[in-house]
Ligand binder design. Structure first.
Ligand SMILES: *[C@@H]1O[C@H](CO)[C@@H](O)[C@H](O)[C@H]1NC(C)=O
Ligand SMILES: *[C@@H]1O[C@H](CO)[C@@H](O)[C@H](O)[C@H]1NC(C)=O
Ligand SMILES: *[C@@H]1O[C@H](CO)[C@@H](O)[C@H](O)[C@H]1NC(C)=O
Length: 588
């Protein structure tokens, strides 16, 4: 290999002296360093290079066909990659790729494990809203915990920037005649409803043009509800959806495409869209979350709460017509049972479940739940006992087709990695089309028996974890070098949940080489997410997190690929990466 590197070095020096040569001396030194650390890439290059020094256009084509399984792309694909990644103009003109160009390509978006086609807006956006997973946030105004944490419009800005399309707003009477937003019965700080709506108006469509849904938890008096309705109309103007899009009673929900640029209010409604029973205000529960009751049952936390939280909910609020009229396609409806919903449910009804209730239903009737969710939208929110703003695993809820799985966006970790992973496809627009098996309300799909479906076709996913590049240090101890290992985790239907890991390599964060092959059977690829986690092995204590990357199975590219690692809070750790070889075959 030393010899190969020297040869390449000579070629490079040659290019460098050439007046049309592209590499500057600094870049050159950088590449030389990278190359000497990337023995496995040099070997791969040698394997496909006919003359041992460059990849001709045909050599590259062969590599793309044999290894990357991109043979079905156009004849020009190899040429395009040379044009895009080859730094030397001479080589480019000659339709060849140097080792520099090869490494550039492998570490680029085209060489990423995430298929760049799927990063674009590639899904059909004209299906009814219920057929999409919708990126959803819980208690969006909270930046910290659920008891004493800070409330801020910053929570809305961050969530919207991450592509979130369903925001939660808990509204209570404010002291100056204006509604305020905070987590009722707690010491969380209060912000003005008006400020929240102004922020939404400003940021709603900065990252995605698809509709934003405001999940309003209304605990206000009649007077302040009127103020709320007026503020929504005044501030949001034309963005606020105030009638059905064609003025008719809908038999099916409109699509994200039809609702582009619109803000929808989700809440209780007097009557339905059919009979506008305006003079009969709804009394009773006007909010669909009841996490404070769960809180009250937990005697430990109750001690630290303001005294009014210990009073059971006896105030029966009245919903005003003004606010009710703003609810068009997202009407909160109490869930009785599936039978009742099938007979009486309207396309615009939405039921909310706490995670524990949802889990109970999944355990008892997963297939019925999935079928219900092919007909109408379900929202799931974290248990009120999660006062630390921790999250539940959203995958269990996606498995049965729940559309709005609301997470505490402020809390980094596995659950938000899965959320970011799922919604990283489709241009991060916050809507991901559910797989066909979860959109068909006629045919039942049983998440507990994936093998019963008509077009059952399990796959074998083989991942050779080859090497790691420039992994960051994880703690500040002087001279501490990481002992990295890679764990691959599959999230999906219960039958697909699995994890496997490589062994650890002592004292090498710069260029660890594992060369280990992990193999998984995936029964329902449409619902699977793959999470790659790198940790620092520690014999005595808990392993330290180094980085992770989560990708939907359906967006994975085969062949030699780089995985660009993310930090705990989802930011890029470039140039830290993993180099893997992916092979997907049908299970025999
Ligand atoms: C993928 O694995 C299968 C089964 O082991 C093997 O036959 C095939 O050659 C592999 N494909 C690639 C591109 O390595
Ligand atoms: C251009 O390609 C030809 C044929 O592959 C090769 O002989 C020649 O050395 C190449 N020239 C350069 C500058 O790489
Ligand atoms: C890993 O595999 C590559 C390519 O086959 C080989 O060059 C390298 O020596 C191997 N490294 C280890 C640590 O096994």
């Amino acid at each position: 290999t030393t010899l190969h590197c020297e040869t390449i070095l000579k070629v490079n020096i040659h290019l460098n002296q050439n007046p049309t040569g592209f590499l500057g001396s600094e870049e050159f030194v950088h590449f030389y360093k990278m190359l000497t650390q990337r023995k496995e890439v040099v070997e791969l290059f040698q394997e496909y290079s006919s003359d041992g020094q460059t990849l001709s256009h045909c050599d590259l084509e062969e590599f793309l066909r044999e290894e990357q399984l991109e043979g079905d792309r156009s004849q020009e694909h190899a040429l395009e990659l040379i044009q895009r990644y080859e730094p030397s103009d001479t080589a480019k003109a000659n339709h060849t790729m140097s080792i520099d160009g090869f490494l550039m390509y492998l570490t680029s978006a085209d060489g990423s494990i995430f298929n760049s086609e799927d990063q674009r807006l590639y899904q059909d956006m004209t299906q009814p809203l219920k057929h999409y997973f919708i990126s959803s946030s819980h208690n969006t105004y909270l930046l910290e915990d659920q008891l004493k944490g800070r409330s801020s419009v910053e929570g809305y800005i961050q969530a919207l920037k991450r592509g979130c399309r369903c925001l939660e707003i808990d509204c209570w009477d404010g002291s100056s005649g204006e509604p305020v937003v905070y987590h009722g019965h707690t010491f969380t700080s209060k912000i003005l409803f008006k400020d929240v709506i102004n922020t939404v108006a400003k940021y709603a469509f900065k990252t995605s043009e698809y509709p934003v849904i405001l999940s309003i938890e209304n605990r206000c008096s009649v007077e302040q509800q009127k103020v709320m309705a007026q503020l929504l109309k005044d501030i949001l103007g034309d963005m606020l959806l105030r009638t059905t899009i064609d003025g008719k009673v809908p038999s099916v929900l409109p699509s994200p495409e039809e609702l582009k640029g619109k803000i929808l209010v989700k809440g209780k409604k007097i009557g339905g869209l059919e009979s506008l029973d305006a003079d009969n205000p709804v009394s009773g529960e006007v909010s669909d979350e009841d996490d404070s009751s769960e809180l009250r049952r937990d005697s430990l936390t109750t001690e630290s709460l303001p005294s009014d939280s210990k009073v059971s909910r006896c105030v029966h609020s009245i919903l005003t017509k003004e606010l009710s009229d703003l609810v068009i396609y997202c009407k909160n409806e109490h869930f009785n049972n599936f039978e009742h919903a099938r007979i009486h449910g309207k396309p615009y009804d939405i039921s909310s479940f706490s995670e524990s209730k949802a889990r109970k239903i999944i355990k008892e009737a997963a297939a019925d739940f999935a079928q219900h969710n092919a007909r109408q939208i379900t929202r799931v929110y974290p248990s009120g006992l999660r006062t630390d703003s921790s999250n539940f695993c959203p995958q269990d809820m996606w498995n049965v087709g729940c559309q709005m799985v609301a997470l505490n966006f402020q809390t980094a970790g596995l659950e938000m990695d899965l959320n970011d992973g799922l919604f990283s496809q489709n241009n991060r627009c916050g809507y991901v089309l559910k797989p066909e098996i979860l959109r068909n309300s006629e045919q039942q799909f049983n998440p507990d028996k994936p093998q019963d479906r008509k077009d059952y076709c399990p796959l074998i996913l083989t991942i050779q974890v080859i090497s790691g590049q420039q992994l960051p240090k994880v703690n500040n101890k002087v001279g501490s070098i990481v002992d990295p290992f890679v764990r691959v985790e599959i999230y999906g239907l219960p039958a697909d949940q699995a994890t496997q890991e490589t062994s650890y390599i002592e004292n090498n964060g710069l260029n660890p080489c594992w060369n280990e092959t992990l193999e998984f059977a995936v029964h329902t690829p449409e619902l699977a997410l793959i999470r790659f986690v790198v940790e620092d092995y520690d014999m005595a204590t808990k392993n330290d997190f180094i980085g992770q990357y989560t990708v939907p199975f359906s967006c994975i590219q085969s062949g030699y690929r780089h995985i660009h690692l993310l930090s705990k809070d989802g930011t890029s750790l470039r140039p830290s990466s993993l180099f893997v070889n992916i092979n997907i075959t049908e299970a025999s």
